[in-house]
Design a protein around this ligand. Structure first.
Ligand SMILES: Nc1nc2c(ncn2[C@@H]2O[C@H](COP(=O)(O)OP(=O)(O)OP(=O)(O)O)[C@@H](O)[C@H]2O)c(=O)[nH]1
Ligand SMILES: [Mg+2]
Length: 503
């Protein structure tokens, strides 16, 4: 049974944005009282949260398909759709998130860090929100856009200060059990430890974490034993401890050759860019099992050699607990020194989260095709606008054309050499294909009324300033005429002759 998982592929789907609504308000005696379709709700995001309480990616191994809630549809009477529920996925501190190609996206080393790994789609605007002085009665609404969908790779890299490395059965798990509250499995057969164990050690006023990783053997870098797979968990450790077995009964093994083998394997491990190679980090040597008399003799024998190579050497026994205190304190000092160095160094650059690269609104790419050139438009906005367009609605298509024209798509197409009738594709792959007419005309424009207006709505609608001014002048003219008529009548009565002739 799998109990520890440190690498998993997640299949994620963020929520889809809800569609906007087309609706017209109806009142008694005023059946067409203006648009009142509400907006669709935004789709929910999938968010990764680094949580110290979580230690494995096991639950994602069992159920790797995760999705966030969809946004609700907009409704009439200006009711907006509900926002889709966000999905929070708790991951261990030290989880590296990579995209499907293996490019790192973010490194969740700080507890509590949140990363929106799959952003939800946008809700579409309803026709009430699309109304404007020019477009009083939009007969269309925008569709919700789909949420991000795809695979990401989660990789757990244990965050510990000290890593214990060495041959199987050297006593690494015994050591972590002796100095911390960790209780890993300990047995006298090789590869007892199959996944890293973490323990917390307190030495004086320094508190640090120790990781016990599965044993290494010669050829581990070629995949022998458990391979170098688990050295991933050593990558983030600042101090390495070589645990050497002084009581091994295996012929051909002794502390010095063991150390050479391990050092050669560590040298073969490639750390990610920007990190200190494993062998350039502070290292100490621990000669274990000195409670066994022969082991102590052997330890005393090899000690000068190791010190000559520049290592600090500690003789310990996890059984009699001899030498554990000096070891803990020495490790505490090294860790404290490393932390002080880190604090003095400038803070490492933060990882950029999902760069959109959208300083330009769009790009036009000319591609050769069987039927002549294809002009491909790539850009965050044009692609989103296409997703928002209901192509069964001519008004919506016209609105899309206006939007594209406004950011200069037509001009850019001209400049790229497109002629009317050329094939234009918006988006990658098949995208959406148009026969280009400058200012992409649509049937809606052939209607008698300008796009976005509806003559039926004008009866009770608000008048524009010029209309009002015209009406005012008309009224004034009528008044003046009436006054003139009255005056003429009055005079005719007085003088008894016909004023018309007089004029
Ligand atoms: N006599 C003696 N035996 C020890 C000492 N430390 C560990 N052992 C024994 O050595 C054997 C292996 O110990 P582990 O701690 O499981 O070794 P390990 O390095 O974690 O081994 P793997 O997990 O297989 O890589 C066990 O039987 C322990 O009881 C010690 O100080 N003295
Ligand atoms: Mg072990």
């Amino acid at each position: 049974m799998v109990t520890f998982v440190d690498r998993v592929t997640l299949h994620l789907r963020a929520g889809k944005g809800g569609n906007g609504c087309v609706s017209v308000r109806r009142e008694k005696f005023k059946p067409l009282a203006g648009p009142d379709g509400g907006n669709g709700g935004n789709g929910g995001d999938v968010v990764l949260v680094a949580d110290p309480q979580v230690t494995t990616l096991l639950s994602y191994h069992h159920s790797p398909h995760r999705s966030a809630g969809n946004g609700g549809f907009g409704m009439g009477d200006n009711r907006s759709g509900a926002a889709g529920e966000h999905l929070e996925l708790l991951v261990p501190v030290g989880t590296v998130v990579k995209d499907a190609d293996g490019t790192p996206l973010v490194d969740l080393v700080e507890p509590g860090t949140r990363f929106i790994v799959a952003p939800g789609g946008r809700g579409g605007l309803g026709n009430a929100a699309l109304a404007s002085p020019k477009r009083k009665a939009p007969g269309f609404a925008l569709l919700g856009t789909p949420g991000w969908e795809g695979d990401v790779l989660l990789e757990l890299k244990t965050v510990a200060d000290v890593a214990l490395v060495g041959f199987p059965s050297a006593g690494k798990s015994s050591l972590i059990a002796a100095v911390s509250a960790a209780r890993p499995k300990i047995a006298d057969y090789p590869f007892t430890t199959l996944h890293p164990n973490l323990g917390v050690v307190e030495a004086g006023d320094v508190r640090f974490t120790v990781a016990d990783v599965p044993g290494l053997i010669e050829g581990a870098s070629e995949g022998r034993g458990l391979g170098l797979e688990f050295l991933r968990h050593v990558e983030r450790c600042s101090v390495l401890v070589h645990v050497l077995d002084c009581a091994t009964l295996d012929p051909g093994r002794d502390p010095l050759t063991d150390l050479d083998v391990i050092v050669a394997e560590l040298a073969a491990y490639p750390v990610p860019d920007g990190q200190t190679p494993l062998l350039e980090r502070p290292q100490v040597v621990v000669l274990n099992k000195v409670d066994v008399p022969e082991a102590r003799d052997l330890a005393d024998l090899v000690r000068p050699d190791l010190e000559a190579r520049g290592y600090r050497v500690f003789e310990i026994s996890t059984v009699s607990r001899e030498g554990l205190r000096p070891l803990s304190f020495a490790l505490g000092e090294l860790v404290a020194a490393h932390r002080a160095e880190q604090a003095a160094a400038p803070a490492p650059e933060r990882v950029v989260i999902r760069p959109t690269g959208a300083d330009r609104a769009f790009d036009v790419r000319v591609e050769g095709g069987t039927w002549g050139n294809i002009y491909r438009i790539l850009g965050e906005k044009p692609e989103r606008w296409v997703q928002q367009t209901d192509f069964t609605n001519d008004e919506a298509v016209g609105y899309l054309a206006d939007r594209l024209d406004r950011i200069g798509v037509d001009d850019a197409l001209y400049r790229a050499g497109a002629t009317p009738g050329a094939t234009v594709v918006i988006g990658a792959g098949d995208g959406v294909i148009f026969d280009w007419q400058p200012a992409l005309s649509s049937a809606a424009e052939l209607m008698t009324a300008p796009r976005g207006t509806d003559p039926r709505l004008y009866q009770g609608g608000r008048r524009t300033t010029s209309e009002r001014r015209e009406k005012y002048h008309e009224q004034m003219d009528a008044k003046a005429q009436a006054r003139a008529e009255l005056e003429a009548e009055r005079r005719a009565e007085q003088h008894g002759w016909d004023v018309e002739e007089d004029a």
